[in-house]
Design a binder for this molecule. Structure first.
Ligand code: BGP
Length: 469
């Protein structure tokens, strides 16, 4: 019988998380070609431009120029005492068109240097293999993940980076927020629908290919890097029933399942029985090839990585396109919201940890949690972001409660420890960082970095391993 845990484990992975495409910029140099993230001028919820229009502003093309400035940025993270740093390896730097046999050496070299710079500052790299960065050529030529060929291209990409970095990188995750396929299929999976298609069928077929690719990546990873931990990554901001009306409660369960379906497959190793009714209702037929089910059941995720930002509230019968907390839902009178309408809910964070651990009993890694806010540089030249410190403290306290509840939590990486381009809006003004970046929504600014007050708060939390919370 295990004893009551009251503190964060000694080896707890405190850190921060970004995605290559939201920070690096340098979108078309040293061999890189366009990836999905390069064609959204106004964020992932708006239609994409399928071709880059000259002269038009695309926020990710420069982003915060992390590509050239990462040494300085990593210094701030070291100053905060990060034990780990999560970023992605942009697929299109390594395989600019996605379907080449030979990788682009300049891209490989960039991540060699970046990974070494992370390690040199005492941080463990945590690598997302695919964070909305499918090479655009794969989208245009094959219809992206609709085509099974993508499995081979992805696995080849994985094998290439495992061989190159596996001696230095222990923590990996395959697809960022794979369950966002249901909410933003263009961004998450490169899926653009034709008129009259059964959209759900396309999404589930696409997802099936991604499941096989995820498991095959684990297979190759285990062969090449026996000590590595390879997980899945899900968007698991939660959803509550609006009332105790049994219909609210049951439909909320169904919405939650629409998300948990993905981790059910990648952690339990088989399609859950509840999916049959959903598929029958929507006339969805998913093609499995011989061997798929065995692959999915054999190579299971080592841990569940997830993002948590907020909760939403659901009323029976109301349209609810998303189910990950990505949409606004019905207002919740008990909690406040950010200017973007995202409900701030630390208790929901504890609830989510407990829900997920009850369901899966594998280590949980919160790889995204953070507060997007407008920040202002005050007259003294500083950014007094007490609201961010307060959000952080409340969520770390909730996480500590979850540890006391018996949940196995391996780490916590704050989303956007430095300001970056928002996925949802394509804007800079939705700032998450402990470090401010001088750049506005139109791309003007010096890109100068300024420490915010909240930097000291996180530094103190990490230095004391959360004991001061
Ligand atoms: C998650 C994505 C991140 C990040 C975050 C915040 O869904 O994995 O890439 O951007 O959301 O969202 P936003 O940028 O829309 O504020």
């Amino acid at each position: 019988m295990e004893k009551l845990k009251t503190e964060f484990p000694k080896d707890f992975l405190w850190g921060g998380a970004v995605a290559a495409n939201q920070v690096e910029g340098a979108w078309n140099i040293e061999g890189k070609k366009a990836d999905l993230s390069d064609i959204f001028p106004n964020g992932a919820h708006m239609p994409a431009d399928r071709e880059i229009i000259p002269g038009k502003y695309y926020p990710n093309h420069e982003a915060i120029d992390f590509y050239h400035r990462y040494e300085e940025d990593l210094d701030y993270f070291q100053e905060m005492g990060f034990k780990c740093f999560r970023t992605s390896i942009n697929w299109s730097r390594i395989f600019p068109e996605g379907d080449e046999t030979e990788p682009n050496e300049a891209g490989l070299k960039f991540y060699d240097d970046l990974i070494n710079a992370i390690i040199a500052r005492g941080m463990a790299p945590v690598i997302t293999i695919s964070h909305y960065e499918t090479p655009l050529n794969l989208v245009d030529k094959y219809g992206s993940w609709r085509d099974r060929k993508l499995i081979d291209y992805f696995v080849h990409f994985c094998e290439t980076i495992f061989k190159r970095y596996g001696d230095r990188v222990k923590y990996w995750m395959t697809f960022n927020e794979i369950n966002n396929m249901r909410r933003m299929p263009a961004t998450a999976g490169g899926i653009f629908f034709e008129e009259g298609e059964n959209e759900l069928e396309v999404m589930y077929q696409t997802t099936h290919h991604m499941f096989v690719a995820h498991s095959l990546a684990i297979k190759v990873g285990r062969e090449l890097m026996p000590h590595a931990k390879i997980g899945c990554m899900m968007s698991l901001s939660n959803v509550y029933p609006n009332t105790c009306n049994p219909n609210d409660v049951f439909e909320t369960l169904e919405l939650r399942r629409a998300s948990l379906f993905y981790s059910d497959v990648m952690i339990r190793g088989k399609y859950p029985s509840y999916i049959n009714r959903i598929w029958e209702k929507a006339d969805v037929q998913v093609k499995f090839e011989p061997g798929d089910e065995e692959i999915i059941s054999t190579y299971l995720s080592d841990y569940l990585g997830f993002s948590y930002y907020r909760t939403t509230t659901h009323v029976y019968g109301e349209p609810f396109a998303g189910h990950t907390g990505g949409d606004q839902g019905t207002p919740n009178p008990y909690i406040g919201t950010t200017p973007w309408g995202w409900q701030v809910d630390p208790v929901g964070f504890r609830y989510t940890f407990n829900e997920l651990y009850d369901r899966y009993q594998i280590p949980l890694f919160c790889v995204e949690n953070g507060l997007g806010q407008f920040d202002e540089v005050a007259k003294d030249g500083k950014i007094h972001d007490d609201y961010r410190s307060s959000y952080l403290i409340q969520h770390v306290a909730a996480m500590k409660e979850a540890i006391k509840d018996g949940v196995d939590i391996m780490g916590y990486t704050w989303w956007g420890p430095i300001d970056l381009v928002s996925v949802g809006t394509g804007e800079m003004s939705k700032r998450y960082g402990f470090v401010y970046v001088d750049k506005d929504n139109e791309g003007n600014g010096t890109l100068k970095r300024i420490k915010k007050d909240s930097l000291a708060t996180y530094k103190n939390i990490i230095a004391t391993n959360g004991t001061t919370i």
